[in-house]
Design a protein around this ligand. Sequence first.
Ligand code: ADP
Ligand code: MG
Length: 374
Amino acid sequence: MIQPDPTSIDQSAQGREASAGGRTNRSSHKPVLELRHVTCAYEVGEVAISDISFSLFKGEILCLLGPSGCGKTTTLRAIAGFEAVASGEVYLEGQLASEPGLLVPTERRRVGMVFQEYALFPHLRVVENVAFGLHALPSARRAAQVESMIELVGLTGLEQRYPHELSGGQQQRVALARALAQNPVVLLLDEPFSNLDPDMASKMRADLHDLLRRTNTTAILVTHDHEEAFAMADRIAVLNNGRLEQMDTPEVIYHTPSTPFVADFVGQADFIPGMIENGKVLTEIGEFPNQENYPGGVKVVVMVRPDDVHIVPLENCEARIQARQFRGSENLYTIALPSGRVVHSSESSTSVYPVGTAVELQVIATHTVLFKQT
Ligand code: ADP
Ligand code: MG
């Protein structure tokens, strides 16, 4: 019943890596940013982020992904120098920027920031907002820099407007131009699309991705939306409850999540109980390879995604369609198994079967993901 899928996710992951601006050989380059075992606490005894370690390389786009309150903003604040670390270190371009007792001030870190609310100066025109922070430059160079930033974000012609005379998307471009004008070592973006309507957000996402690539900007984008992270990131760091659960390419995160939390957070997942027997995982939807080499008798759960499960109407089968949800490009079926457990199947939008239809399940998992039953 279980057929191996010949397509390999690793190839697409490599393709993505090769396309990341300026990042040809990670091992031979020093990271632009490095966090080593960073812990932050707003109040004594209440840890907001705990033991976070990662490195970021020139031109790379990292998405910090996780539910509200998991510590995404705190991580950015620690990098920007708004928040001191309780333990661990932050390095920017190889220089120690934070450790307990040391907090290099934000203005000396060369980080660019774009926050949810853009924080533009309401009494300053577009040009003045973008020029803010460039006072150290001679005026001719400052004007040239401002002009090229405004052009880069596509706001030419709107230079003399005030923020209230701009749409949300345009305001965000001003905030981006202002941050990029400083030529930051790393650009930090905290849920920058959350105030935009969905159509605008998706256009801005594509534009931002293109802009970051063209300027070879190293960036960290915070989001709670896994689709946004998939669309934008070279690598994704999934945070849960202040801890880093997994950091890898979007493909690896989706196909081989390292924890049930990650599996569930980045897409629909069903967890089917199984038992190791004769070197295989036996479940009620079939056998799976014992990828982790667990010994016989161990109880596990197998993660399956709706795209791994196909259904074929077949009389006398015990699995039955319990519900169908039309999603435009697909039909998402809920299938009741004889045990009462359910599993989901994604079929094309034209495959319409009535509720109650008996179906055979065909599971074609690219990768078998096993977790030990707890
Ligand atoms: P996210 O950005 O992922 O939603 P945050 O980094 O804002 O999460 O918050 C992480 C944790 O720190 C949460 O438990 C939150 O309640 C707490 N926290 C955030 N800001 C403060 C603050 N200024 N004072 C006290 N606790 C805070
Ligand atoms: Mg936040």
